[in-house]
Design a protein around this ligand. Structure first.
Ligand code: SAH
Ligand code: DHB
Ligand code: MG
Length: 225
């Protein structure tokens, strides 16, 4: 898109962000640590972090599952929003990311509410199911996009009626509408959306987003009675 358009998106994001999702030490320190550790800057934008926190509050979620922690920026938003006796289980493939996330969560004073589990999320999800995990109230899917269909299947197994499921990065600059694109991420998101549509236990929508990180969007679903 034109540079002026992106500049406007960025300014509007800043306008609402400064008023409604203002910076604070814990969040800023996490973003700085991630940057200095060379992690890709693919943390959720702050207004999306605030959206996740609001969804936790609106749904009254106490048990939250996150798939894909990176440096724990979105995890901080989620962990701050659960009640004191609530928890966030966050699954992350990379031991290095888990190490950085642990430090960021400690610095933000929410580490006691977070259970970071290292390894391929599909294995951690199977283990959670096998250990008879109580259902989660809200699930945020944000790891490798090619596995979103599999993560949705596990999410349903770890849900109850009323569980909220949110998936990041489902628009990807609009590439989602290209059926023949040779990109496993886009194929994963398309298959995920088809599963959402076909699954009678779910009802869902998608929201397009713009800002400094470009044009993307989320899918939002709820498990039906
Ligand atoms: N939710 C984070 C961003 C996550 S980025 C935030 O907004 O702050 C995606 C993360 O998924 C990366 O850290 C990557 O290492 C992780 N990931 C990729 N493949 C994975 C897999 N198979 N299992 C678990 N995590 C995976
Ligand atoms: C990518 C992953 C994300 O979770 C994100 O928010 C943006 C980009 C990526 O893998 O490119
Ligand atoms: Mg993401």
């Amino acid at each position: 898109m034109a540079d002026e358009t992106k500049e406007l998106w960025t300014k509007v994001e800043q306008y609402f962000g400064d008023l409604l999702a203002p910076s604070d030490e814990g969040l800023d320190a996490a973003l700085n640590a991630n940057l200095h550790s060379g992690l890709p800057a693919i943390d959720v934008p702050r207004l999306l972090g605030k959206f996740l926190a609001l969804m936790v509050k609106i749904s009254g979620a106490r048990r939250v599952l996150e798939i894909g922690a990176l440096g724990g920026y979105s995890t901080i938003w989620l962990a701050r929003a659960v009640p004191e006796d609530g928890c966030v289980v966050s699954l992350e493939l990379s031991p290095r990311h888990v190490e950085i996330a642990t430090s960021n969560l400690h610095h933000a004073a929410v580490l006691d509410r977070v259970d970071l589990r290292v390894g391929p999320a599909a294995e951690s999800l199977a283990a959670l199911h096998a250990e008879g995990s109580a259902p989660f109230d809200l699930i945020f899917i944000d790891a490798d996009k090619s596995s979103y269909p599999e993560y949705l299947e596990w999410s349903l197994k770890l849900s109850r009626p009323g569980t909220v499921i949110i998936a990041d990065n489902v628009v990807r600059d609009g590439k989602v509408i290209e059926p023949d694109i040779d990109d496993p991420n886009v194929q994963g998101v398309r298959r995920f959306t088809e599963l959402l549509a076909a699954e009678p236990r779910l009802t869902a929508t998608a929201l397009q987003t713009v800002g400094a990180k470009g044009y993307d969007g989320i899918a939002l679903a709820v498990v039906l009675e």
